[in-house]
Design a protein around this ligand. Structure first.
Ligand code: FES
Length: 647
């Protein structure tokens, strides 16, 4: 008779085990990560699993709850004292008695913000770099002079298999008091990230300690975003964001590099500003989640190369000029205390690798999240900021570049441009016959020609036009014939509408005749053309490197992508021709990639390996970039067709 077959979900790992094998042991043997703090004493409750009942014909398994041993006295005691949700079992205390399909609950789900299709939720399987291990240590014995710490290590090896343990220096002074306080029962936090590195005891608590958290943080030039996550359940406990205080040293990245170059203390000032903001955010998410900062044991950071360097305390000057040398491109493993983070003293920090001098750890994290390298289809991943980070590829090959789009897409350098904020115009339509516009502002649900809009406008004030609307208004001006393919505002249209105004030698379009007056000038159109040409030329260059003339799917990462309408992006030729249903905004993919790396150290190896394989293209050194740029100045493009747009 063959042994029962056990299939673990969601990993799909399976194997045969003799009857009577504890489910937790089976999981361990297959490399399925199931949390266990108490070491199978049925006291921590972390090892819970769910049996799926039914006939799984595809896997040739009939799974049923009674293929598991009945609850024993320990499990019943746990259920009485702590409660066990319906259908859940403690995997340490139940044994395999027949074929089983077992769900390992994973609380963290990545919820991609999808523009046109139903949300695709993806589960992050847990395998964190930090694990909690409860042990009962032998009391000291005059005849056996082994030290307290050494006896602790003996038990961690005996009960948990940890060999060759290192100990964080700061614990040496506390270990005796903690052991005695716990009456020789203690919980150790063990950190091991790389398989090749020695595991380290980084924290120690008296008794059973059942809380371990991590933070995943994306340091953007404008915004810092953070998730606080339970390393034991994978649950996101709190998420928050704050503006990057470095803005006071310069709006965009290059002005921050210049600040460092011009001011002797510039680097220190910016490093300490961003670290304080991170610490404040840690306090905020901890307060929100009711978590002690002392229970944060691991942290993952991502950011563009300049944010990455400044956060780590590295002078970014070299990134401001060719050849844009990174001080370090590989992943960084360090300690929270080294970075001045106000979390557990023994906490560890992991920073994702950077792809190139202009394509940072944020792009690496977005790549991890969206995974072009995991699929056969050609995926384009774009993160638009003042610098667009572009990744294009599939399972065979991935290439990456950055392109200097400038700040026009964020509303800077546009006469009435502003950041997205209440009162900013965010959507625009122009009637092609009368050239009369209608628009919507952030904070109101109504179009400007609808009843009730005036009240909202009065309350919010119409303040300017934000990045998403700039794209729409220029695209609508093109579609209604106000601007030509070359992007010239056509003065002859003034015969059709009084909204076409002369402005010296050029013409503008009056979008809103109020206080302030909002016009789209010839210079505004030019600024958008320059930005979109830079983006498109960068994308096109990567497509040429890949030898493809179309992409199968497009992912917009970052805030910008969440607000723009892909149709208008294509009308203007920001992005190449693609089935519109395949163009998706994925929100903060960098933050989600950081979360994946926090919860599963396997993802760290995966992205490190991928980044090594990605071919980096420096747009400035490519001879045909200039020609691609010139072609892309036309709307939507001088040479490239957009057949999907016509459909
Ligand atoms: Fe702690 Fe099962 S491992 S309850």
């Amino acid at each position: 008779i063959t042994d029962p077959l056990v299939l673990f979900m969601p990993s799909g790992k399976r194997g045969r085990f003799p009857k009577g094998t504890p489910v937790l042991d089976a999981a361990r043997q297959l490399g399925v990560y199931v949390e266990s703090v108490c070491g199978g004493r049925a006291t921590c409750g972390r090892c819970q699993v769910v049996v799926q009942e039914g006939n799984f014909a595809k896997h040739k398994i009939v799974s049923s709850n009674d293929h598991l041993s009945p609850k024993g006295p320990k499990e019943e005691r746990y259920e009485r004292v702590r409660g066990l949700p319906d259908g859940r079992r403690l995997s340490c205390s139940s044994t395999i008695e027949g074929d089983l399909v077992i769900d390992v609950p994973q609380d963290t789900v990545i919820n991609a913000q999808v523009v046109r299709k139903a949300a695709l939720d993806r589960v992050i399987e847990r395998n964190p770099a930090v694990q909690l291990c409860y042990v009962e240590v032998d009391e000291p014995d005059m005849h056996k002079p082994l030290g307290d710490l050494d006896r602790l290590k003996v038990m961690l090896e005996k009960d948990w298999g940890w060999q060759d343990l290192l100990v964080s220096q700061h614990l040496l002074s506390d270990v005796q008091a903690i052991l005695r306080k716990g009456e020789w029962g203690v919980t150790a936090a063990i950190h091991r990230d790389l398989d090749s590195s020695r595991p380290t005891i980084i924290a120690l608590w008296p008794g059973l300690h059942n809380e371990a958290y991590g933070i995943a943080c994306d340091i953007g030039s404008t915004t810092i975003a953070m998730h606080l996550v339970s390393l034991l359940s994978g649950r996101i406990v709190a998420s928050s964001g704050a503006s990057n205080p470095q803005i006071r040293f310069g709006e965009d990245l290059m002005s921050r590099v210049s600040y460092v170059m011009m001011n002797p203390d510039g680097r220190e000032a910016m490093t300490s500003a961003v670290r304080s903001a991170v610490n404040e955010l840690i306090e905020k998410v901890c307060a929100e989640g009711g978590v002690s900062t002392e229970d944060i044991l691991d942290a993952v950071f991502v950011g563009n190369p300049i944010m990455h360097h400044l956060f780590l305390g590295i002078d970014p000057t070299e990134l401001g000029q060719a050849p844009f040398a990174l001080a370090v491109s590989g992943a960084v493993h360090t300690w929270g205390s080294e970075l001045g983070l106000k979390i557990n003293h023994g906490s560890r920090v992991y920073v994702l690798p950077c792809i190139a001098g202009h394509v940072g750890a944020d792009a690496a994290a977005a790549t991890l999240c969206e995974g072009p390298y995991r699929q056969d289809r050609m995926m384009l991943l774009v993160d638009v900021g003042t610098n667009a980070e572009i990744v294009l590829g599939n399972r065979q090959r991935v290439v990456a570049a950055s392109s200097p789009t400038g700040p026009a897409f964020e509303g800077a350098e546009i006469s009435s441009g502003q950041r997205a904020a209440p009162g900013a115009i965010e959507r625009v339509r122009i009637d092609p016959a009368t050239l009369e516009p209608k628009f919507r502002i952030i904070g109101s649900e109504k179009w400007s020609d609808e009843e009730g809009f005036a009240d909202d406008a009065e309350r919010l004030g119409i303040t300017g036009i934000c990045g998403s609307a700039i794209i729409e208004v220029v695209a609508e001006m093109y579609l209604s014939g106000i601007i030509s393919e070359d992007g010239v505002v056509d003065g002859a249209m003034s015969a059709v509408s009084p909204r076409i105004l002369q402005n010296g030698r050029t013409w503008s379009y009056l979008l809103h005749d109020g206080q302030p007056r909002i016009t789209i000038t010839q210079n505004d159109v030019r600024a958008i053309q320059l930005a979109k040409s830079a983006l498109y030329a960068g994308i096109k260059l990567l497509m040429e490197k890949q030898g493809v003339d179309h992409v199968d799917t497009i992912r917009f990462a970052g805030a910008f992508g969440s607000f723009i309408d892909p149709k208008y992006a294509m009308v203007l030729g920001l992005i190449p021709d693609c089935d519109l249903a395949e163009v998706k905004a994925v929100g903060n993919a960098a933050g989600q990639g950081a979360l994946m790396a926090l919860l599963n150290r396997g993802h760290r190896r995966e992205i490190e390996e991928t980044v090594r394989r990605i071919e980096k293209i420096e747009t400035a050194l490519e001879p045909n970039f200039q020609q691609l740029f010139v072609n892309a100045m036309a709307l939507p493009n001088k040479v490239d067709p957009f057949p999907k747009l016509a459909e």
